[in-house]
Design a protein around this ligand. Structure first.
Ligand code: PMP
Length: 372
């Protein structure tokens, strides 16, 4: 039996324009080899200048508000170090479920990470407000578009309220948006950063990445924030790794300036559309109404699957049926869990053809039935 992998959220090979990136690299090396094989300029380096200009254009922001990192994971690490530095026992609030590596990073920097339940349209605001009454966190970490792991997009109304709460209580919002460009239908809600621009006192930092729209191997992530933020992060960066690799930053800048990212986003959307539609259909047909939302983009659909057994036994049985699944409870911070009597399953659809996905869901349904 061939194993069906509902596991990692990595771009499928065909979503990475390797040949075009290679061409950009060759063109770049014909003129810029001496520069990119040297250290980046020392002294509060905030990223390759051309790359920051290109990313600034891409997001319609001033390049002085941008700081480039080695993938957005490093942005999370530096921001955690920066935002948690002077607080004793800082608290961080996250959606439950959320991106597991982010939780690990925040905890490594000394945060007590607490989960607020995620609904089909974003974080539960009643629970959030209740928490804010007793304890104001150092920051709230959100993945508002096609969330990893659930696929949920935060609604416009909830975004407005979140930004208002940020101003009222004085906490920072980190919005992590690696999947935002991969929308397949409907209208994109306004970004939290844009809403914050017109809300006095609200503070939103945006974390972006080229991993899902160009190439994860280039390791290009970035932070967009107020103009004082890049310099603060540069101090931290300079004392550990100096700068991201000049070659990779320059390749990314070249790809952006040639329109390769926009072009690739269109291609990836076309690639994802049938996979998304088939995934939604297969889950509805074979598992019923257990999905957290219809994603309309990104990589993931997810379910709270009712089972009469524990997670470990369920995953072991599913593995024997040829299913590779990620442990869903790992996406919950320590003080949160899926609803009782269910297991949480992230089902990435980006790399599976429709038949394969449907077969995987058929096996899941059979495993769930047996576990009753
Ligand atoms: N944030 C989220 C929400 C992610 O899903 C991922 C990757 N799966 C990352 C950050 C890290 O991406 P990268 O470091 O490749 O930019």
């Amino acid at each position: 039996m061939t194993v069906i992998h509902f596991s990692r959220g990595i771009p499928p090979r065909e979503a990475i324009p390797s040949a075009a990136i290679s061409e950009c690299t060759a063109a770049l090396l014909s003129t810029e080899a001496d520069r990119v094989f040297q250290y980046a300029p020392i002294g509060r380096h905030t990223g390759d200048q051309e790359l920051r200009e290109q990313l600034g254009k891409f997001h319609s922001v001033d390049p002085d508000r941008l700081f480039v990192t080695n993938g957005s994971l490093q942005a999370l690490d530096l921001l955690a170090a920066h935002l948690l530095r002077d607080t004793a026992e800082p608290q961080v609030l996250v959606e439950a479920p959320t991106y597991d590596r982010a939780v690990q990073i925040f905890e490594r920097h000394g945060a007590r990470v607490s989960g607020v339940p995620l609904r089909h349209d974003g974080i539960d605001l009643d629970v959030l407000k209740e928490r804010l009454r007793t304890d104001v966190p150092a920051f709230v970490y959100l993945i508002p578009d096609f969330q990893n792991p659930s696929g949920v997009t935060t609604s416009e109304d909830k975004r407005r309220e979140l930004v208002r709460l940020s101003a009222e209580y004085g906490f920072t919002i980190l919005e992590d948006i690696p999947y935002r460009g991969l929308r397949l239908g409907g209208t994109a809600p306004t970004s939290l950063a844009e809403l914050a621009d017109s809300t006095d006192g609200a503070r939103v930092l945006t974390i972006g990445s080229l991993s899902k729209v160009l190439s994860p191997g280039l390791r290009v992530g970035y932070v967009i924030g107020p103009a004082d933020m890049p310099r603060a992060l540069a101090v931290l960066a300079e004392s550990t790794y100096l700068s991201p690799a000049p070659l990779l930053q320059a390749v990314a800048a070249q790809a952006l300036s040639h329109g390769l990212v926009r072009e690739n986003i269109e291609r990836v959307r076309e690639l994802l559309r049938p996979r998304h539609d088939a995934a939604v259909e297969a889950v509805r047909q074979k598992l019923g109404d257990v999905h957290l939302c219809v994603p309309e983009g990104g990589y993931y659909i997810s379910v709270h699957l009712p089972v009469h057994t524990d997670e470990v036994s369920f995953l072991t049985a599913a593995r024997d049926d040829g299913l590779a699944l990620t442990r869903g409870s790992a996406f919950y911070p320590a003080d949160a869990a899926p609803p009782p009597g269910t297991v949480f399953l992230r089902l990435p659809f980006q790399a599976l053809d429709p038949e394969e996905f449907a077969e995987g869901v058929r096996r899941l349904a059979a495993a769930a039935e047996r576990a009753e």
